[in-house]
Design a binder for this molecule. Structure first.
Ligand code: AHR
Length: 665
């Protein structure tokens, strides 16, 4: 094939500092080495940092069913009487607990009214660090009630931090058959308020029982009732993820097995989804979150739906019969593991079975007759060692027998090096596991040094790699002063060129954690930060987004001195892919050094000369630079179209830059 040399004058980002040395690469666009899996870049989702409750799940009422360990947490009773030292000692609002009648949702409140007037007795919910309320938006209030006389009235009010009323509606429960009924009404907000509360005044006479007190915005993702925050889902969709791994993370394991994630308890009517404590409630001692529970309003059906909506493959991770090995490390004996394995088999049937199967029918009854086409399943999160491998084997045997086409993801533990990793990895590979899950939370330097990690993996192995959790830690793992700065994002970009170059081995990768509420986080750094009204993309987010949106489907060599991959020579890191459908060559280059550099590349195998190239650049001279809610675009993609002149690809890279180039073939 003819060797054609091109020059691109990338004037949009030409640096004033023309570098001394010129570095020449070869891109063998005519010699694809690997297919880039459609799943290559994806999302890791866990309910950490108020990621689900208080985040993606748009419910605004915290502890809506009074099932937190402290049953009135998040609620405040306001009464004109019966208050001493700020505490309510009255009996007009009682908390009833009836586990014999409703095992999954035993508590509710009983309100006794005695010609009560509005202004005398109310209950206020504080939301998740307040409620984000938007002017002119309609909100749906709903409640389950039970009564024998229709003499009570409920006044729902949205109130600002200062106490001003910015929305109200009145409800008169009608049914008097002493059974539970759900009733709904709308409130339209008169003003925007980031930290509103919901207040319920009671009026009238008689006794009314209340449960599942709920408030949702109507601007949810796809306008779904009781759905997800549209702004957050849009951020996820914009990453063009190939998969979503859910529901975690450590919450899969639980501190103990009682607290493990059990998917079957997260589907069906909301009021029957049994709430449990979130492991992140008390996991990080310096960041306790006593009000962090899992309502499972975002449950497995919703996760599958989310994947379908954003075109990502679902990758559920299930408990393998082991609690977190850095907590209790509880084990289910092998002879008692069957229910856990059955959960996995049932999940596959729930996702893929037709209406003639019990679990497939349930999915259809829940509103999704079409199968979700589940292709992958993870067994265990960050589990390792012989007990794990023994349990994994049981799952593998059962799943392969019944669902041979479902690929299994096995865990290699918490770290991607060291004895535990080596032995677990080797043992899983002996079992010919389809995919091993590696986790990396290390210093930015580690990511730079490991850009070539997968260049050296055994290519004869049938086991593929899922880099299931990674993020550069600016200070140290779990350090609360970690930052999402440009240093970390640039190092991740460099590392990702190595993942992409080795797409024959690395078939999936996801940054972690994904979401964090500014007022409710436990773990830093995180990809996307949000508050009650808005969202902020980190530089790390833009790196992920650029890889996701510019994936390509075939890897082509980009070589230094015609033989070496670009893994840090002159502080440069690079990879190249072809997008067959768009007929484009996609080149990604990271300049991890502070000096501008000039690179040239010969592109082998072009049939005609491209006239233009699209260039997308992330850059900042300051590695400590970060985005913020007030300055969200300190580091953000800058696009330009540049003319291609002459016959050489010539790129002037600014210091500390990441550049994606799309060249029409
Ligand atoms: O991403 C945060 C946590 O890091 C995950 O829950 C866990 O899998 C890992 O240790």
């Amino acid at each position: 094939m003819k060797n054609i040399i091109l020059t691109l004058l990338l004037s949009g980002f030409v640096s004033n500092l023309w570098a001394q040395n010129k570095i020449t690469f070869t891109i063998q666009a005519n010699k694809p080495t690997a297919t880039v899996a459609s799943t290559m870049w994806g999302l890791f989702f866990e309910d950490i940092n108020l990621g689900a409750d208080g985040g993606l799940y748009a419910e605004l009422v915290k502890n809506r069913s009074f099932e937190f360990d402290t049953p009135l947490m998040g609620w405040k009773i306001n009464s004109a009487k019966d208050v001493m030292y700020g505490f309510y000692f009255g009996s007009d609002i009682q908390l009833i607990n009836q586990p014999d009648k409703a095992a999954t949702n035993p508590r509710f409140i009983r309100v006794a009214l005695h010609k009560t007037k509005k202004g005398e007795l109310s209950l206020t919910n504080e939301g998740f660090r307040g409620m984000g309320i938007k002017k002119n938006l309609r909100y749906e209030f709903s409640v389950f009630y039970r009564q024998q006389t229709a003499t009570a009235m409920l006044h729902a009010e949205l109130i600002t931090e200062k106490g001003d009323i910015i929305g109200s509606a009145v409800l008169a429960p009608e049914q008097t058959d002493n059974r539970w009924h759900k009733v709904e009404m709308s409130l339209t907000a008169l003003a925007t308020e980031p930290k509103a509360n919901l207040r319920l005044w009671f009026e009238g006479s008689g006794i009314v029982d209340l449960d599942m007190i709920s408030l949702f915005p109507t601007d949810t993702w796809k306008g779904r009732k009781g759905g997800l925050r549209a702004d957050l889902v849009q951020m996820l969709a914009d990453m063009k993820p190939g998969f979503v791994r859910f529901p975690g993370g450590c919450i899969v394991e639980g501190r103990d097995l009682a607290q493990r994630y059990q998917w079957k308890k997260t589907i069906g009517p909301l009021e029957e989804r049994k709430l449990i404590i979130n492991r992140w409630n008390n996991e990080v001692k310096t960041r306790p979150v006593p009000d962090y529970f899992q309502s499972f309003g975002l449950g497995f059906l919703e996760y599958f739906q989310l994947c379908e909506d954003i075109g990502a493959e679902p990758l559920p991770i299930l408990n393998c019969g082991m609690a977190c090995q850095v907590n209790t490390a509880e084990l289910i004996p092998l002879e008692s593991l069957d229910p856990y394995v059955q959960d996995a088999l049932d999940l596959i049937e729930f996702a893929n079975g037709d209406g003639s199967t019990p679990w497939g029918k349930l999915r259809a009854d829940l509103g999704h007759p079409a199968p979700f086409q589940l292709k992958m399943l993870g067994v265990g999160n960050e589990n390792f060692g012989l007990p794990y491998v023994e349990r994994f084997k049981r799952f593998q045997q059962a799943i392969q027998r019944q669902y041979p086409s479902v690929k299994l993801v096995g865990s290699t533990g918490l770290l991607s090096s060291g004895e535990m990793f080596e032995t677990t990895n080797a043992d899983l590979r002996k079992l010919k596991v389809d995919i091993v899950d590696e986790h990396n939370y290390s210093a930015p330097q580690w990511f730079l040094q490991n850009a070539g990690r997968y260049d050296h993996y055994d290519r004869s192995s049938t086991t593929k790699v899922f880099v299931g959790e990674y993020a550069a830690q600016s200070v140290g793992m779990t350090n609360p002063t970690n930052k999402n700065n440009w240093r970390t994002a640039l190092a991740e970009a460099a590392y990702m060129t190595g993942l992409e170059r080795n797409a024959d081995i690395v078939q999936m990768a996801s940054y972690a954690p994904l979401l964090a509420h500014v007022d409710g986080w436990q773990w830093k750094p995180d990809l996307i930060w949000f508050d009650n009204l808005g969202v902020m993309a980190t530089p790390n987010y833009y790196v992920q987004q650029l890889f996701g949106a510019n994936k390509g489907n075939q890897v082509v060599p980009m070589l230094d001195k015609n033989k070496l991959p670009v893994t840090g020579q002159d502080s440069l890191y690079a990879s190249a892919t072809l997008d067959k459908a768009a007929s484009e060559l996609i080149v990604k280059v990271v300049n991890a050094g502070g000096k501008a550099q000039s690179i040239e590349a010969n592109i082998d195998g072009l049939r005609k000369l491209p006239l233009t190239a699209k260039v997308i650049m992330l850059q900042n001279n300051d590695l400590e630079a970060e985005n913020s809610f007030t300055s969200p675009a300190i580091i953000a993609p800058i696009e330009s179209i540049v003319n291609v002149q002459n016959k050489r690809l010539k790129v002037d890279l600014k210091g500390y830059s990441f550049v994606v180039m799309r060249i029409k073939l």
